[in-house]
Design a protein around this ligand. Sequence first.
Ligand SMILES: [Zn+2]
Length: 189
Amino acid sequence: MKIKYILSLFEKYDFPQDFFNMPSEQLVSLHANALGFKLDDILYRQLSDRACYIHKISQYKSIASLIKEEGILIKEDNCIDVKGYCEFSYFVFPEKIININIDALRRLEQSSRKIAGRKISDSVSFKDIAIAHEYCHYIDFKEKYKLGGSGENKKREIIAYLFVKKHLNLNFYTWILDLCYLKDLTENL
Ligand SMILES: [Zn+2]
């Protein structure tokens, strides 16, 4: 994640208001920039088609039952050594373990409530968001889905975010949560 770039977004936009009102392709494109790649129409279509596909094969099931069916274990941890792009959770291959950083999720919940207030419904479980995100990575891994080109893992992040929005039927793209967390963090430095 390019922190400098994200800080520039906070200066350029009225956050979080503008992000809730932005067309989804524009928001996803900013997310891609923050991850370090350019999103064009073709790539956006490819990533969102993949998210839709994973949603379709999982459509009638809750995340809890999908996790159970696949034999995935959920572990809670408070002091995860965070690598890569997911700070709040990560998947351990091939052991099929989703590690959830409960402390970080709690902090995320507080900062998003402080910053976005009622825009983020109280009924959204941050733990479900994290588990759904990792479940999507698991399916990608299991099916050995190839995106092609460089920076595959970064592109897979977008697939997971698009999947979470669709599968949990959310009215916002959950990268906004990460931004709330970062905004809160940087303001309290
Ligand atoms: Zn991820």
